[in-house]
Design a protein around this ligand. Sequence first.
Ligand SMILES: Nc1ncnc2c1ncn2[C@@H]1O[C@H](COP(=O)(O)OP(=O)(O)OP(=O)(O)O)[C@@H](O)[C@H]1O
Ligand SMILES: [Mg+2]
Length: 269
Amino acid sequence: MASNNNSTPPGPEQQIQTLKAHLGELVGTTTHEFNNILMTIINYAKLGLRHRDDATRQKAFEKILAAGNRAARITNSILGMARNRTAGQEPTDLVELAENTLLLMERELNKYRIAVEKHFQPIPKAQVNANQIQQVLLNLLINARQAMPTGGRLIIKLGYDRDQDMIELGVRDNGCGIPAEVLPRIFDPFFSTKTGPDATGKGGTGLGLSLCREIIEAHRGRIRVDSAPGKGTMFTIKLPPARAATASKPAPLPGLCLPSPSAPAQSPT
Ligand SMILES: Nc1ncnc2c1ncn2[C@@H]1O[C@H](COP(=O)(O)OP(=O)(O)OP(=O)(O)O)[C@@H](O)[C@H]1O
Ligand SMILES: [Mg+2]
């Protein structure tokens, strides 16, 4: 399989160009974030309408509230021009996070006849911002789904690499794959081979993977891709476990910097 660890961001020649590029990227990234949040809200609202039992509805409302609060935090962050602040990271069960994210995508994956295999090994908690890692996983799942328009197989792996002391999250599809000449560019902001949003309204901005890389690197993690055209693609993410990372300060999230989760969201009066 051809592989690419990640690409070096292009170095802008003049300061003004850098500023313009950052502004444009911030606007684009934020729009993408809002789309993902709306998707969360819409999907959980549908889940709540579909299942009438109290437990499912309670969960749906909690998720909708959490997504709404997150959207409010992003708005506050942009309005306040809050740059270079640290994003809140806490010990998180990635198995639970993966299960929840799959639940969100369940209907869409069924619709496109994609069979999901879960290979979850016992792993320590990861030191992460759960919302951000869920965005990463959603982006990878949507890309995988779009790479298998006539159905296929999706494998999600979670494991722990004892030697490197890193948690490994793998997302593998047996879709169209990525040509070698395209591979070095897939993490570039706005790089896309898609012509526009698909029937589900997703795809085509080219911000998904650049956002994934930004988030993973802000967690002191790594993301890599292996792909074979016509056979499939595998994304592997490595993240530090909670106990190793708590000793060090969380890294600032470049580009889009969210305030700490303790910041109260505005509620209507
Ligand atoms: N699992 C995959 N299989 C095949 N190609 C992929 C896969 N994931 C990403 N790609 C390729 O990488 C490109 C960039 O992906 P990225 O997620 O950044 O943007 P996008 O999916 O085109 O748009 P969006 O910003 O809406 O996510 C895609 O256009 C596609 O060509
Ligand atoms: Mg994408």
